[in-house]
Design a protein around this ligand. Structure first.
Ligand code: DC
Length: 231
């Protein structure tokens, strides 16, 4: 059967990654979490002290860009591919609040975006891919056969992220996550290069009141219809 490209964009903590991963597993497609790539660059900048609370040395980051190697690898013990930064598995580290607080400024840097978009293009060359992010349907794959734009209200998203981090044993407060979600929404939608916006041909899915299962079935049906060219 013909393979397509599925682009899933939307605000942070709308469950993009969950549904993208479910879809990829079901369709036997590759799943790529593009946000993980921006998080890995932010982690690199933090580890090398290019970035801190009141300082961001963009020039140093730019001169180090060629030395940043980002890969996704899946080993038998993993249920999904993990992200590697210069050979080290950083899947867990990139999900901490520490990285979440610093990733948006990194995502505004055009040179960083250019490098990551080029890796993302390579991964989509053979199609059969589900990629989630902010600019996948608008910039990375403007010709994707199926584009989904996910939204949900801010309190629902905060609660989801809060429960997820508490489950992972991280010490976080609801208020701190609420502020982080609001701050990232603002930065993601107002940045000059590739801001988060719904592509004209994207289908909007608001999941404030839909559970994971129902949402998966709604989007899977859209994918099946698009693959069979019914829509
Ligand atoms: O999806 P996420 O929350 O893990 O993404 C982390 C950050 O990376 C997010 O604040 C915006 C940025 N991002 C981006 O600018 N473009 C993408 N395609 C994916 C993520």
């Amino acid at each position: 059967m013909e393979k397509i490209i599925i682009a899933i964009d939307g605000y942070s903590s709308t469950g993009k990654s969950t549904v993208a991963r479910q879809l990829a597993n079901y369709l036997n497609y590759i799943y790529v979490d593009s946000g993980a790539m921006y998080r890995a660059v932010a982690l690199f900048a933090l580890q090398n002290n290019f970035l801190s609370k009141d300082h961001f040395d963009k020039d140093l980051l730019l001169s180090s860009l060629p030395a940043i190697k980002i890969e996704f690898k899946k080993e038998n013990t993993m249920d999904h591919a993990n992200i590697y930064l210069n050979g080290k598995n950083v899947e867990k580290e990139i999900r901490t609040m520490y990285v979440s607080d610093f990733v948006s400024p990194i995502a505004t840097v055009s040179e960083v975006r250019k490098k990551l978009v080029s890796i993302q293009h390579q991964m989509g060359i053979k199609k059969g891919i589900v990629m989630d992010g902010r600019d996948i349907g608008t910039v990375v794959f403007p010709d994707a056969e199926l584009k989904i734009f996910m939204t949900a209200n801010t309190h629902v998203r905060t609660l989801r992220r809060y429960n997820e981090l508490i489950e992972k044993g991280q010490k976080v407060s609801y208020d701190e996550i609420f502020k982080n979600v609001q701050k990232r929404d603002l930065m993601d939608t107002t940045r000059v290069d590739s801001p988060l916006l719904k592509a004209n041909d994207a289908i909007e899915v608001d999941n404030s009141e839909t559970n994971r299962e129902d949402q998966f079935h709604i989007i899977l049906q859209l994918a099946k219809d698009r693959i069979a060219k019914r829509i």
